[in-house]
Design a protein. Structure first.
Length: 331
């Protein structure tokens, strides 16, 4: 494979015209302080079959969230700067804006991850007053794509309306696109839509595999040839001038300058209120992450890779095998 496509330049981390390439789904521009990734609910109004979020029987109420928040400074070594509110679908919570108001009162910047289908003119106007940015998952540019992924006819139109409402209220929009068997040929159309809506950035995100759905994920995984095509297309898109910032997360090989920040600069809180180093590292019984494969120990790239995203491997296998995004596996 051409070296230009196999390993992006380290300069891409800070070049705003190119965007960045990361191993981390929750990478933020802020390198100082602690980011909380708070899963407010596991409930969702969509049924995306490749979603890694497991359904939980309970979720914290408003008062319980406040009590848990008050305990976090005692556990964390750094000051909380950003809070990313995710799910499930956070907008399903009737008390979402009360929760946001509490966090803003505490001096935090708020980001929200949403599927965009519940955003109307009123909600967009309210979001514009309280959030720094919002990330919207966009899985394609047609209803057929959404139906193939397990959702209903009309889903795409709802998302499109939501994006237009946000744009009309000057909310900073970040789109997230997960290339897979059903949509990887729509990449250029997604970029055109993002440009039309003047979104701030578009992130291409690799599939995060949940360990109890192997038969589902096998339908979505790209072949090595298809994955290589996706990477080439992204590099080609970055050469154009009329486009949003293009970021990637778990698309290119593990970047050499990035180490996992789970438990250091990121903490994950699930819907039931359990605190983890990362939302991809739930149910951990050992404090140390032991790599259980000689592939990593003897790999010539180990000094660059630093084991990649251990959470992605753990999520899929419940063991610390090498990151599936490593060069030894992808090539």
């Amino acid at each position: 494979m051409n070296k230009q496509h196999s390993k992006p330049s380290a300069n891409s981390y800070n070049n705003i015209n190119m965007g960045y390439d990361s191993i981390c789904c929750f990478r933020t521009k802020n390198k100082l302080g602690l980011t909380l990734v708070w899963e407010l609910t596991s409930r969702c109004n969509l049924q995306c079959q490749f979603c890694y979020v497991p359904q939980q029987s309970s979720e914290l109420n408003h008062n319980e969230i406040i009590k848990l928040y008050d305990k976090i400074p005692k556990l964390a070594k750094q000051k909380i700067t950003d809070i990313i509110l995710t799910g499930g679908e956070p907008l399903l919570r009737n008390d979402l804006f009360d929760i946001i108001a509490f966090f803003i009162q505490k001096g935090h910047k708020i980001d929200i991850c949403s599927n965009g289908t519940l955003i109307n003119a009123e909600i967009a106007k309210a979001l514009a007053k309280c959030v720094k940015e919002i990330s919207i998952s966009l899985h394609g540019v047609s209803n057929n794509t959404y139906v193939n992924m397990g959702n209903h006819v009309g889903t795409f139109e709802k998302i499109l309306f939501g994006l237009e409402y946000l744009h009309n209220n000057d909310v900073e929009i970040h789109l997230i696109f997960v290339p897979n068997k059903y949509n990887f040929q729509e990449i250029f159309d997604v970029v055109k839509l993002a440009s039309k809506l003047k979104v701030h950035s578009l992130s291409f995100l690799g599939i995060m595999e949940y360990f109890d759905k192997p038969e589902i994920y096998s339908r979505f995984y790209l072949s090595k040839k298809e994955s290589a095509l996706v990477r080439r297309n992204i590099l080609d898109i970055r050469k154009t001038s009329i486009r949003p910032i293009i970021n990637t997360k778990r698309i290119f090989f593990n970047p050499p300058l990035e180490k996992c920040s789970a438990g250091k600069q990121i903490l994950g809180i699930d819907a039931s209120g359990d605190i983890w180093p990362c939302l991809f590292l739930k149910d951990i019984t050992n404090k140390k992450m032991k790599i259980e494969s000689s592939i990593c120990i003897h790999c010539k790239y180990i000094l660059d890779c630093k084991f990649g995203c251990i959470g992605a491997s753990y999520l899929g296998e419940k063991k610390y095998f090498p990151d599936k995004n490593c060069r030894e596996i992808m090539l």
